[in-house]
Design a protein around this ligand. Structure first.
Ligand code: HAM
Length: 428
């Protein structure tokens, strides 16, 4: 190691990030495929926005008094002096993309999803990372409470289709711009009365946004917050009706849920419906997904007056609940001996790969026997034998490793045998 090279200790992943290794990746891919299948059945289309965004997007969208914006953003000044942030969540990015590209004028359903990494500088612990992944779902321009219920039902279906059952769905309403000021006033008064029992952060929140006290992770603050007034007692007529209709539709969908009057969620933009799905055997970080309605964000961005609703599911928290196993891989291993055979083996590997067969060939100079041993150890389904003789004749031997049988043939014949083993044997 040269004196300038970093020490071994520094050559590990950044704290709060993690590698997803082969073996695990296949399960992620399976889950992602199921997510895509299911949400596309509900009419959602994928929208991929950049990972970096102007910092103002989250200050305006996520909200200046949220923990995310005040403490957790990865923000830096780029070479042109702009303040850039690695997205801590996806919702403001979709709203920005809609306004920027006027997707609202296309006349198509405004249902979008994405799967990708998010970044928050929070204290890492089990279930809480600094780079984590979300499946994010957003719907725009649909005011009807039936859509709120459909989204919760879709989230529930998604979890069930992935075999996740030990969960609880919690719902609430956080009101709107019309009813929240009264609630904030009542909350402020109550928090003021117990000011000395709150942490410094929460004392600041009394002035800036008392609702955010509900997000505090300090045990003493949580204890106080339990006795604070509940938003449901302050809802205006419209919000009350919306909440009742949402629950009626949810009842009809058969999804079990609980009303949780403390569920305000840690983001400033929510109006009316909020919801979370909790892992019942999770530790402190037990929210598998969370979301809600945000009817003012687009307007607040200076865009059209279009309401929105959505949720994001934490992939790492989901994966911790998944028992799926990767499918065993089926692949061909090409063994070869001699220079002429090696060149032919390379050509044949290309032929089988083009034919759609996963094919492995290695160049370690191992003997035939050792290559066979290796194919066996790796769990190959078939072995193709390419010796000097075979290379000269153009007829090769294919061994089916599970059956222990061996057959000869041209590359075309052997490819057909691999792709349609039953038809081939029927024709034999
Ligand atoms: P959120 O509650 O901040 O909402 O995050 C949603 C989910 O992301 C959480 O329930 C959790 O599963 C996962 N998550 C959040 N932070 C972490 C972390 N540090 N490590 C691991 N997983 C994490 C949002 O992000 C909103 N944008 C959801 C939304 C979409 N609302 C409306 N549309």
């Amino acid at each position: 190691m040269s004196p300038d090279s970093p020490s071994k200790k520094e050559l590990i992943a950044v704290k709060g990030t993690h590698d997803i290794l082969p073996g695990e990746v296949e399960i992620w891919q399976k889950v992602e495929a199921e997510v895509k299948r299911l949400v596309e059945a509900y009419g959602y289309r994928e929208l991929r926005a950049p990972i970096i965004e102007p910092t103002e997007l989250f200050e305006k969208g996520t909200g200046e008094t949220t923990d995310i914006v005040t403490k957790e953003m990865y923000t830096f000044i780029d070479k042109s002096g702009r303040s850039i942030t690695l997205r801590p969540e996806y919702t403001p990015s979709v709203a920005r993309a809609i306004v920027e590209h006027r997707l609202d004028l296309l006349g198509t359903p405004m249902r979008y999803y994405t799967i990708g990494p998010m970044f928050r500088y929070d204290k890492p612990q089990k279930g809480r990372y600094r780079q984590f992944h979300q499946v994010d779902i957003e719907v725009f321009a649909e005011k009807d409470p039936a859509i709120d219920a459909e989204i919760v039902e879709m989230a529930d279906s998604l979890l069930r289709s992935l075999g996740v059952t030990e969960t609880e769905t919690r719902v609430n309403s956080v009101g709107c711009k019309a009813c929240r000021p009264d609630f904030s006033r009542a909350l402020r008064e109550r928090a003021e009365a117990v000011r000395d029992k709150l942490c410094e952060d929460c004392r600041r929140k009394i002035e800036t946004n008392p609702l955010r006290i509900f997000d505090c992770k300090v045990a003493g603050c949580r204890e106080q917050a339990r006795a604070f007034p509940k938003i449901t007692g302050y809802l205006c007529g419209e919000c009350r009706d919306h909440f009742a209709a949402f629950r009626r539709f949810l009842d009809l969908s058969g999804v079990g849920y609980k009303v949780d009057e403390n569920l305000v969620r840690g983001l400033d933009y929510y109006t009316k419906t909020t919801f979370e799905v909790i892992n019942l055997s999770g530790g402190q970080q037990n929210a598998v997904l969370g979301g809600g309605r945000y009817d003012d964000m687009m307007k607040d961005f200076g865009g059209p007056d279009i309401c929105g609703i959505g949720f994001a599911m934490g992939m790492e928290r989901l994966m911790a609940m998944i028992t799926l196993k990767p499918e065993p891989r089926r692949f061909l291993y090409v063994v070869h001996a001699g220079e002429a055979a090696k060149a032919k083996a390379v050509e044949l590997a290309r032929f089988f790969r083009r034919g759609g067969v996963e094919t492995l060939i290695e160049f370690g100079g191992r003997s035939f026997k050792n290559q066979f041993g290796r194919a066996n150890k790796l769990g190959s389904s078939w072995v193709l034998i390419v010796g000097e003789d075979e290379a000269a004749k153009g007829i090769y031997q294919l061994k089916d490793m599970a059956a222990g049988t061996q057959t000869g043939g041209t590359p075309d014949e052997l490819l057909r045998r691999i792709l349609r083993p039953s038809c081939e044997s029927a024709g034999d």
